[in-house]
Design a protein around this ligand. Structure first.
Ligand code: FAD
Length: 270
């Protein structure tokens, strides 16, 4: 497989840097081809602004959605964004690696998503009508490819358990896994998350590294999170509410969109 690893930590000698090297070595040992976007090393520009759309005149009002669509359609996205889009099209699998900062990804990585996941490429894809709400959530430009997160967290695993004070880690990562990765079509693998890392020593490192190696060995075969497909009949159109009778009665929130019971026929879903 071809794997793109997008790395968002400012320090190569960090724990994240060490885990990244473990991941790359194992992927290459398995015969995979790996490319890395090291966002801090690249001095990635994270803010969306006027400079992203050179075809706008200097005093023209910036409407980010419209400008993104026009730039994608006319091939006038900036060169740094075009290079990242080309890497995403090249890769069979995408890994986003980052330390959990304020319960989400560092701003530089969010800014990579904001700028690279352009209109017409990652969103605004497919038919939008009163019968269909585009190709998204399981369909889209990146369908058929795999994606996963590698995340380090200072907090204890218990604090991220279903009743933990921080909220469940699956909920905290849902906007990334479902909202950013599943949206343009990726099959999203369960994340590799390591907790309580701030006082980790060298003896604690090896078990983490081995867990990561195992995930890299199985990147092509690990079953994805069974998110419900938007266009496979589980949702009412155009409200996009989950059909009555699906999901646990009384349940609400993120968990509803995971089809643990396997009621959707994914293989035949169009
Ligand atoms: P480092 O600081 O580089 O290393 C961590 C430990 O691993 C060190 O003790 C280091 O010596 C050791 N280590 C062991 N082996 C190695 C090796 N081979 N190479 C390198 N180091 C090794 N945590 C949360 O849980 N939730 C939050 O919302 C949150 N928000 C944060 C916000 C900010 C702005 C910051 C700065 C931190 C936040 N944290 C939070 C903590 C953060 O998630 C951790 O600090 C981070 O995950 C640690 O990863 P690192 O790569 O920076 O580790």
């Amino acid at each position: 497989m071809k794997v793109l690893l997008v790395f968002a930590h400012p320090e190569p000698r960090s724990l994240n840097g060490a885990l990244r090297d473990v991941a790359i070595r194992e992927l290459e040992a398995q015969g995979h081809e790996v490319r890395v976007s090291d966002l801090y090393a690249m001095r990635w520009k994270s803010a969306v602004d006027h400079a992203d759309f050179p075809s706008l005149t200097p005093d023209e009002r910036l409407i980010p959605v419209a400008a993104s669509k026009a730039a994608f359609d006319t091939g006038t996205l900036t060169e740094d964004v075009k290079v990242e889009i080309e890497k995403l099209l090249w890769a069979d699998a995408l890994i986003l690696q980052f330390p959990l900062w304020w319960f989400t990804m560092p701003a530089i990585l969010k800014g990579w998503v904001d700028r690279v996941f352009a209109y017409g490429f990652a969103y605004g894809v497919g038919e939008h009508s009163d019968r269909r709400w585009g190709d998204r959530y399981g369909e889209g430009t990146l369908a058929g490819k795999r994606a996963m997160l590698i995340v380090t967290a200072g907090g204890w695993e218990e604090h991220y358990a279903p009743r933990g004070v921080n909220g469940p880690i699956d909920d905290l990562l849902f906007p990334i896994n479902h909202g950013i990765l599943y949206y343009p079509g990726y099959d999203v693998l369960p994340p590799f998350v390591v907790f309580r890392v701030d006082r980790l020593d060298e003896t604690g490192f090896e078990p983490l590294a081995e867990g990561l190696r195992e995930r890299m060995r199985t990147i092509a075969t690990t079953p994805p999170i069974p998110y419900r497909r938007q266009n496979a009949g589980d949702y009412l159109v155009p409200s996009m509410k989950l059909r009555p009778g699906l999901g646990d009665p009384g349940a609400s929130g993120f968990a509803l969109h995971v089809d643990d019971a396997g009621t959707t026929d994914r293989a035949s879903a169009a």
